[in-house]
Every structure is written in C-alpha cells, then in structure tokens.
Write a protein that binds this ligand. Sequence first.
Ligand SMILES: NC(=O)c1ccc[n+]([C@@H]2O[C@H](COP(=O)([O-])OP(=O)(O)OC[C@H]3O[C@@H](n4cnc5c(N)ncnc54)[C@H](O)[C@@H]3O)[C@@H](O)[C@H]2O)c1
Length: 262
Amino acid sequence: MIAGIIGCGNIGTELALFIDKYKGFELKYLCDIDSSNIKGLQTRLGNGQIESSIGDLITNSELIIEVVDKNAVKDILNTPDLDQQGKKLLIMSTGGIIENLNLFNKIKNCEIYMPSGAISGLDAIKSVSGEIKSLTLTTTKPVKGLENAPYLIKNNINISKLENKKIIFEGTLKEAIEGFPKNINVAATLFLASKFDKMQIKIIADPKAKTNIHEIICTGGFGTITTKTDNLPSKNPKTSYLAVLSAIQTLRNIKNNKKIGS
Ligand SMILES: NC(=O)c1ccc[n+]([C@@H]2O[C@H](COP(=O)([O-])OP(=O)(O)OC[C@H]3O[C@@H](n4cnc5c(N)ncnc54)[C@H](O)[C@@H]3O)[C@@H](O)[C@H]2O)c1
C-alpha cells in the first residue's frame, strides 16, 4: 500500500520512522510547508521518498496520513477525486472534521481512520452511542497550553498569574471550538465516537500541571464509564505521547486482520 504523509513534524516523523521499520506500507510521498522538515526526514529514512505537493500526494497515495492541522483536513476533504474505493485516510486533526462535517459526510468510498489520540475508552463510548444520557470531558492543562485562547481574550481572563488550578471554561463543543480552537481534537474525536450532541466540556488551567489530563464521564442505561489519561508530552510539548502511540496503533490496525476491542 503506497503511503504519503502530510506534515513531517512531530507525529509525522514518528509515523514515518515506524513505517520504515514495520515495512507494512510503502512510504513514498512526504509533504510539508517547510522543506527542511522533509529533508531532515529523508536523511533518516534513506529510501528515496519524494517531496510532494498536497494535491499530488493525495492523487498518488493509497494511504493518506494527515498530521498537520485542521486547515489541511479541509483541503483533503475538498479534493475532487478523493472519494475512491480502496483509498484510506488517517486523520489526526479531527477538529477539521467537525468543522467540515458536510464534506466528511459526503465521503462514501474512502476508509477514514481517526485514532483515539490522547484519550482512552473510545471503544466503550462507541458501543454506547445512542444510549448516552450525559457525557462530560474535563481537560486539565498547564497554563502555557491555554494562554492566548480566543475565549480568554474575549472574556478578559488572565491565567498567567494563577496560583492554583481553576475551571476557566464550561460549555458545549461548539463553544469550545470557538473559544479554544487549538485544543479541540480530543473533544472532536469524542463527539465523533459518541454522536452525543449534548456533550459538556470543562477546561481547567493548572499552574502546577506538567501533564495534559483528560477525564471522561459518560452515563446512561449501561451504567457509568469513567476514564482518565494523564499524558506526558511527546517531542512537541503540545502533543501527548499517547497520541503518537495511538496513531502508530492505527497503522497496525489497518494491516491487521485480527481486531481486538470494538
Ligand atoms: N487527535 C488527537 O487526539 C491529537 C493529539 C495530538 C495532536 N493532534 C494533532 O495532530 C496534528 C499534528 O501534530 P504534531 O504534534 O505532529 O504537530 P507539529 O507541529 O509537530 O507538526 C505539524 C507539521 O505540519 C507542517 N505544516 C504546517 N502547515 C502545513 C501546511 N499547510 N502544509 C503542509 N505542512 C504543514 C509543519 O511544518 C509541521 O512540520 C496537529 O493538528 C495536532 O493538533 C491530534
């Protein structure tokens, strides 16, 4: 299966190195706005990967891996000949899917993979979709990871001098997307799995935190599902290492004929 990676940053590099070792795919195309990222990666792979435009990569790859940002997701979903039988997409910037649900819903023939990313329990959440009475995602982050969010600027909230942790936002997914556009992938993936449109989101700024914590509480006729991940960062401090591992596991799932968990 010929693969192309859009975004040769932190996750893209780890996925390229994994594919190089795992040999389950033929990684042929690399795309990045910054050519030096591609060149750096090419020297570590050494298999003649080709620097490509996003359009050529999409046309020529059977597996398209998006590890850029939500704008790239829009570009991918807008590609005229994208929706072909057998094409596979791995999307990390799931916020871009939520913002382009009309384009996403039109896709009928591609297989789209959205890794669990920085959270746990998505298997259970998918299973109870349609039976959910309440769903809350509480995200606790260091102050640095939240500063300059539009919600804080609009409401004149200064978190730089916080001494103790504080709830700085409570609201719906739509409000979270507007208020914290750089922190929405986890909430977006949870919504796509649960399809629960009354999901509540809480964001806590913690001046003492060194990790990103995501807690999910989901109730319904099935009981209560509670999950918590306390995430150490990857090489990109904004990206949890679990998100990298989860993308790697998704690549394994694409090739495995034995699938564990729902
Ligand atoms: N689903 C999840 O739970 C989850 C978790 C962590 C990260 N993410 C998302 O995954 C994405 C990648 O994360 P990362 O840590 O690798 O980020 P990164 O910043 O390390 O890498 C992004 C790469 O994309 C390149 N890039 C930027 N704009 C581009 C464009 N227009 N065209 C081509 N290349 C472009 C950058 O040069 C960079 O190399 C981000 O959107 C991040 O929010 C999702």
